[in-house]
Design a protein around this ligand. Structure first.
Ligand code: GLN
Length: 475
């Protein structure tokens, strides 16, 4: 019999409501049989079984996620638990004094937060290699990265050491690790899900979303997470549909756009083959495949790497050694306290982004960089608006390559930034995107590495991308 931890939310809910298992059985299974696997994977920064057991004993099985444990990326506040952001600034010095709105909502839907999943420090990165706590390995090949920044969340779901997880996506951090680990990752539209209680990286780009073993599970979780929140002024006051309804409708009659810029040079030929095979299957299932152009794609990386660091430099100014986390000892004066605390607390990638962002915003340069980037951002958004007049959804690779080996790009940040080319435009435009497993490529040493198909939708049209993703999953 397969272990309970390998089952989807949907399958576990059927067993729970039929009375075949209890929520405590799932927690036991995660603790006894599967968690030792995490020694090899390194997906969790901490995990509190005791708190989960109390919630499991009181779980209301009539609720949509009743009794389901969910791993939480370690940059989302869960009351009473550490929230390290994988940064030495917060390790051993910060315990969350409140629940993020997504945690309140998950609990209200009956779910049980269980375990803090590793990430790149403050979610800055694409490999989880910028974590200051530990290395996370890709469950499909331990010599390779799980992707990032939600690498811990994707790895624990793929390794069956979690049922499902929450991640955050500022430039691809849910979709790209999902693609590298062979699971489903959904970035909702900007404003669909409250960001209150997510430690901010770049506030105009960040969104929280689910990483799951199936498309149905992603829809179930999105139902629980969505909705307006007075604590986040950017969360939208719009109706929340039931994302599970019509998910099985198939793709017959849908127009699916193929943006030529996302298939340009730089995409690994094996990755391209997997993505093209999936497109062919969707065509055979009745979708109309339409060639489109998103002409400003080539500026997306440059635009993102001005806006995201600019916002990060502002957001991270709250880490001053006084209000949060670790404080340097024996400072000579206030400025020295800031300098020493920040120098010791932040890792090199975070420092690089703060320096870059501060430079872009500094007087005399803000017009040259930040304002210009905002104008290009509008053009990128316009590209998508025009495309969605012609098509219902857009298909592309998630990442130009499958998961790289540990350390492969670590001495070349620019190379790592360029690999974000397929995911970051969706954040700049605020549209939803999902990565769904599409196939595998040969790593060259007898391992098959997963590759995801990315499906992008019009703003607030998560229903269509879930429907296309479901078709990919079952074809
Ligand atoms: N790789 C991108 C970056 O390093 C995206 C990170 C994210 O989405 N959090 O900024």
């Amino acid at each position: 019999m397969s272990s309970l931890s390998s089952l989807t939310i949907t399958a576990l809910r059927a067993k729970l409501t039929a009375g075949e298992i209890s929520p405590t059985d799932i927690i036991d299974d995660l603790e006894n049989s599967n968690l030792e696997k995490d020694e090899a994977i390194g997906g969790y920064n901490s995990i509190d079984f005791e708190a989960a057991r109390v919630m499991a004993a009181n779980a209301d099985l009539t609720l949509p996620l009743g009794g389901i444990p969910i791993a939480i990326k370690d940059n989302i506040n869960v009351n009473g638990e550490p929230c390290t952001c994988a940064s030495q600034f917060l390790v051993d010095s910060y315990i969350a004094p409140y629940d993020a709105t997504v945690i309140t909502k998950l609990k209200a839907a009956g779910a049980i937060p269980l375990g803090r999943a590793n990430l790149d420090e403050f979610a800055m990165g694409s490999t989880t290699g910028n974590s200051s706590i530990k290395r996370t390995n890709n469950p499909k090949d331990l010599d390779r990265v799980p992707g990032g920044s939600s690498g811990g969340s994707a790895a624990v779901v793929a390794a069956d050491t979690a049922i499902a997880a929450l991640g955050s996506d500022t430039g691809g951090s849910i979709r790209q690790p999902a693609s590298h680990c062979g699971v489903v990752g959904l970035k909702p539209s900007y404003g669909r899900v409250s960001r209150f209680g997510l430690v901010a990286f770049a506030s105009s780009l960040d969104q929280i979303g689910p990483i799951t073993k199936s498309v149905d599970d992603a829809a179930l979780m999105l139902n629980a997470l969505s909705g307006n929140d007075k604590m986040d002024s950017t969360s939208l006051e719009v109706d929340v549909p039931d994302f599970t309804v019509n998910i099985d409708q198939g793709v017959a009659g849908l127009k699916l756009g193929i943006p030529k810029e996302y298939f340009a040079a730089g995409i690994d030929p094996q990755v391209r083959k997997v993505v093209e095979a999936s497109i062919e299957k969707l065509k055979n299932a009745g979708a109309e495949i339409v060639d489109i152009s998103l002409p400003h794609t080539e500026y997306a990386v440059a635009t993102y790497y001005i806006i995201a660091p600019a916002e990060a430099s502002s957001n991270l100014s709250r880490f001053d050694g006084i209000r949060y986390g670790n404080r340097a000892e024996n400072p000579e004066n206030l400025i020295d306290l800031y300098r020493k605390s920040r120098s010791a607390g932040f890792g090199s990638e975070v420092k690089r982004r703060i320096i870059l962002g501060t430079y872009c915003l500094s007087s005399g340069y803000d017009h040259k960089y930040y304002d210009k980037a905002q104008r290009v951002r509008t053009l990128i958004r316009e590209d998508f608006n025009q495309a969605f007049e012609k098509v219902d959804a857009i298909l592309s690779p998630v990442c130009p390559t499958a998961a790289p080996k540990h350390g492969e790009n670590s001495d070349d940040p620019l190379k790592e930034y360029l690999a974000d080319i397929c995911t970051i435009a969706a954040n700049l435009a605020g549209i939803p995107g999902i990565s769904v497993p599409a196939g595998t490529v040969d790593s060259g040493n007898n391992t098959q590495l997963p590759v995801g198909l990315q499906i992008l939708g019009a703003h607030l049209d998560e229903k269509t991308i879930l429907r296309v993703a479901k078709a990919v999953e079952i074809l």
